[in-house]
Design a protein around this ligand. Structure first.
Ligand code: HEM
Length: 226
């Protein structure tokens, strides 16, 4: 009987764990994708530049569904995604940390047991670290060896260290492949005669970076490379 109970508990435990991991991954990836699309609509120059980059690759390599293996040939796409992460990290305060012992940092002493939040949202918009910090400017990464994998403390959308997001690779792959196919396959129109300047870029307060207004756009099939 006891053995049976343990079996039931451990199955539930595993189900909960799977659910947690999946929801951690699905919401964050969807939010980032929505912000990246919103930034591209808001900055038509960047959208056109990205579409040209993709069209060029397709013209050289033959038309096919773009997969993970193509991403390294699309440097502007990677910069667009980094820039979306900089301005809109899906977990703006990462996960909370607890100081296991007292730590002295500059003029501050953190007592043991202090709860610590790392504000990566503010770091991403810090004018001391980023020129024109509020602007969506993928070109700012030109010639910079900076990634989002937790090595560069100015850009930490997945956190860093032992608790860095374990879904990082999957998330990057899904984001790049989905974004590239969305902008390559469709032209996007804004509804109700809106222009790109009308897109509301405000966000809700909270632990997730959620748009105040969901992004609405109408996809129209795009002429693909012959
Ligand atoms: C754009 C997509 C994603 C973003 C921005 C993101 C971001 C993060 C961040 C900031 C953390 C906390 C790291 C820290 O505090 O240092 C985290 C933790 C975590 N993420 Fe992600 N994540 C994404 C996608 C995913 C995916 C696809 C999965 C799984 C399939 C996943 C599973 C997890 C799990 C299980 C944790 C907790 C790790 C721990 O507590 O040690 N995430 N993620």
């Amino acid at each position: 009987m006891f053995f049976f109970k343990l079996q039931v508990l451990s199955l539930k435990h595993r189900q909960c764990l799977a659910q947690e991991v999946l929801s951690a991954g699905i919401i964050t990836t969807a939010l980032t994708l929505e912000w990246a699309m919103a930034e591209l609509f808001r900055n038509p120059r960047c959208l056109k530049k990205l579409q040209h980059e993709i069209d060029d690759i397709m013209a050289k390599e033959g038309d096919h569904f773009i997969t993970d293996g193509d991403i390294s040939k699309l440097p502007y796409l990677e910069k667009v995604v980094k820039e979306a992460f900089r301005l809109h990290p899906a977990a703006p305060l990462l996960l909370p940390r607890l100081a296991s012992e007292a730590v002295k940092m500059d003029k501050y002493t953190l007592p043991a047991g202090a709860l610590l939040l790392v504000n990566v949202w503010a770091i991403g918009r810090d004018p001391n670290a980023w020129e024109n910090a509020e602007e969506f400017l993928p070109e700012r990464f030109d010639g910079k060896d900076m990634d989002v994998k937790g090595r560069h403390y100015d850009l930490l959308p997945f956190g860093s260290g032992r608790r860095v997001c374990p879904g990082l690779r999957l998330a990057l792959s899904v984001l790049h492949v989905t974004l590239v196919n969305l902008v390559r396959t469709f032209e996007w129109e804004l509804p109700n005669g809106q222009t790109h300047m009308d897109i509301d870029m405000s966000e809700q307060r909270g632990i997730g970076s959620i748009r105040t207004m969901p992004l609405l756009a109408i996809p129209k099939p795009r002429q693909l490379t012959p």
